[in-house]
Ligand binder design. Structure first.
Ligand SMILES: Cc1cc2nc3c(=O)[nH]c(=O)nc-3n(C[C@H](O)[C@H](O)[C@H](O)COP(=O)(O)OP(=O)(O)OC[C@H]3O[C@@H](n4cnc5c(N)ncnc54)[C@H](O)[C@@H]3O)c2cc1C
Ligand code: FES
Length: 349
């Protein structure tokens, strides 16, 4: 993983709890990324440590000159509040290079719609994909359903309106608000199976041909996945991004429950033996003890924390980041892994 420092070009307040940070490209180098991918930002903490969090680019590699990320505050969150409160134009931030498999590939002469489903800060990779698809595929229509709490919390409200004007007839947007003001005349509620099915029909979604990109809370994605199952949408047409890994705390089919286990991790010529508590992942337990393991997204999406379980048994909260073959070979992502037996040994290359 390549890391480098980028200088902040501009800090833009998007809403009361969200800022966009745009970065200059380094001298003599262009940061290359695909629409939908993320970078990971490292920030210093008060106790002299560094914490890393991932942020999707909201800029488009096809139409924006700067690299831009957009960060929404999370209550008591370390990095999101730091980036909202303490970053100014001219500052340098340590970045890990763009990565992620949730990305848009431009096709030549495509005959398809791009369907985007998002809520809250989940708009960030979707706006990048929208701008890129509209710019690079002249005949493609982009259709976005975007859920928020109220009018003020809609990130990129103005930018979305401008794109609707610029690409009239090719960019169709449906806002839906859960707690709108009394003057709101648009859709009300949260994105769910019923209202999204209706919207899909209204905008003429072709379940066999169109490509779907989705990013938002777990409940929203679960509801929309029900529609994909019902209409048998081809699996390779469905793309989704998670900002948090889901935590599974039910017992396994064999009745095993999460409990404190002592494990061994071998990395970079060192052997670390430590306890992992039931609520912790292997990576969280290591970081808490200042054991420096590799990681980036912490959501089972990027594989930066890949290791191989050579003894004992691991359960992963999220398996999407690995192929079935890799899982069968014992590969694990430490950021979503829990030891299920004593004596787990993980080797990291
Ligand atoms: C691939 C990827 C792309 C991402 N892109 C973006 C993006 O473009 N914009 C953006 O704002 N965020 C994005 N995130 C989320 C981001 O990485 C951080 O998780 C988020 O900013 C919270 O970090 P924090 O340090 O402020 O909070 P932490 O200090 O990590 O968490 C504080 C508390 O809030 C909870 N929490 C953490 N994240 C969330 C959340 N999203 N919603 C509700 N509760 C939460 C935690 O469980 C914890 O209890 C992305 C995450 C991933 C994995
Ligand atoms: S840190 Fe990205 S998959 Fe674990």
């Amino acid at each position: 993983m390549k890391s480098f420092f980028l200088q902040v070009k501009e800090v833009i307040k998007e809403t009361s709890d969200t800022v966009s940070l745009s970065f200059w490209h380094p001298i003599n180098e262009q940061i290359k990324y695909k629409a939908g991918q993320f970078i990971t930002i490292s920030v210093p903490t008060q106790d002299g440590k560094k914490v890393k969090r991932s942020y999707s680019m909201s800029s488009s590699p096809a139409s924006d000159t700067a690299v831009i990320v957009t960060v929404k505050r999370v209550a008591n969150g370390i990095v999101s509040n730091y980036l909202n409160d303490h970053v100014n134009a001219g500052d340098f931030l340590e970045i890990i290079e763009p990565m992620g498999t949730f990305h848009f590939e431009t096709e030549e002469n495509p005959n398809r719609n791009i369907i985007l489903i998002g809520a809250g800060s989940g708009i960030t990779p979707l706006i990048s994909i929208a701008k890129t698809a509209l710019k690079t595929e002249a005949d493609t229509q982009v259709k976005l359903i975007y859920g928020n709490r109220n009018e003020e919390s809609i990130i990129f409200k103005k930018a979305i309106e401008e794109l609707e004007g610029q690409y009239a007839g090719r960019f169709i947007v449906q806002h839906i608000l859960s707690q709108p003001s009394s003057t709101w005349v648009g859709e009300k509620g949260r994105i769910n199976q019923a209202n999204t099915t209706l919207w899909f029909k209204e905008v003429g979604v072709d379940f066999k041909k169109d490509h779907f990109y989705m990013c938002g809370p777990e409940e929203m994605m679960d509801q929309v996945k029900l529609i994909f199952d019902l209409y048998d949408v081809p699996k390779d047409h469905v793309n989704y991004e998670r900002f948090n890994a889901p935590m599974i705390d039910e017992p396994t089919e064999a009745g095993e429950e999460l409990k404190k286990q002592t494990i061994t991790v071998k990395y970079d010529g060192e052997t670390h033996t430590f306890d992992v508590l039931p609520h912790q992942t292997v990576l969280e337990a290591a970081l808490e003890l200042d054991i420096d393991l590799p990681y980036s997204c912490q959501a089972g999406m990027c594989t930066a924390c890949l290791g191989k379980c050579v003894e004992g048994k691991i359960r992963m909260d999220e398996e999407e980041g690995l192929t079935d073959k890799e899982i069968a070979q014992g590969y694990v992502l430490t950021c979503v892994s829990h030891p299920m037996t004593e004596g787990v040994v993980i080797e990291i290359d």
